[in-house]
Design a protein around this ligand. Structure first.
Ligand code: 5GP
Length: 228
């Protein structure tokens, strides 16, 4: 296992005129699951339902699957380019998954946080750990479980893009990924997409109301007290 980690000190909130003086510090919402548990569907549903969260687009050395768009699904890069990004401290975290390298570009995340917006990450447990170590006050970790191991196997088999060997490797890795569920703040058993999406939306909504994510509260309350 190869992982990377680096320091970051983003200007993590801004005072938003629409939110009076309360301000807002962005949530870094990390979604992990074994592949086939429905994480991508949930991520898309959340992005559609909420305009204030954007998806972090990872860099990867793996080949694009049919239908995947460079710059949208991933930044598809060569191993040399990936190494360059690591050397330039351009990645917030990185890991090797299925013999390919994956990493989170730092600059877009810092830009979103500075603008008071939230960022959604579809990354594995290694990346989740690294982000939580680097930005403990900002990261919220959600783990998505399949309703059963049979359902997971079925979903993986139905993914026409992958060969039998790849499906087998993914099943083995799924068991490993699932073993990390206890490191997450929230766990969603994905029995039905609408309910799971509602749960994910509720988590984001509640996390936004946390006291430490409303940095101007003391000032705001002061203004309430001096009003009379
Ligand atoms: P896939 O190749 O199926 O798109 O992704 C394989 C695994 O890599 C998934 O578990 C996904 O969450 C994870 N992954 C994707 N991007 C990143 C990343 O930037 N960092 C880390 N640590 N894992 C990632």
């Amino acid at each position: 296992m190869t992982t990377g980690q680096s320091n970051v000190s983003p200007q993590a909130f801004r005072m938003d005129p629409d939110e009076t003086t309360v301000g807002r510090r962005g949530v870094l919402l990390v979604l992990s699951s074994p592949s086939g548990a429905g994480k991508t569907t949930l991520a898309r549903a959340l992005l559609k339902a909420d305009q204030n969260i954007t998806m972090s687009v990872s860099a990867t050395t793996r080949a694009a699957r049919p239908g995947e768009v460079d710059g949208q699904d991933y930044h598809f890069v060569t191993p040399d380019r990936f190494e360059e990004m690591v050397g330039a401290d351009a990645l917030l975290e990185w890991a090797t998954v299925f013999d390919n390298r994956y990493g989170t570009p730092r600059a877009p995340v810092e830009a979103e946080l500075s603008a008071g917006r939230d960022v959604l990450f579809d990354i594995d447990w290694q990346g989740a750990q690294q982000l939580a170590d680097t930005l403990p006050a900002d990261v919220v970790r959600v783990f998505v479980l399949p309703p059963s191991i049979d359902a997971l196997a079925e979903r993986l088999r139905n993914r026409a893009q992958d060969s039998d060997a790849v499906v087998e490797a993914r099943m083995a890795r799924a068991v490993d990924e699932i073993s990390h569920w206890g490191e997450y703040d929230y766990v969603i058993v994905n029995r039905a997409v609408p309910q799971s999406t509602a749960a994910l939306t509720a988590i984001l909504c509640a996390e936004r109301q946390k006291r430490n994510r409303q940095p101007g509260l003391a000032q705001f309350v002061g203004s309430l007290n001096s009003a009379d």
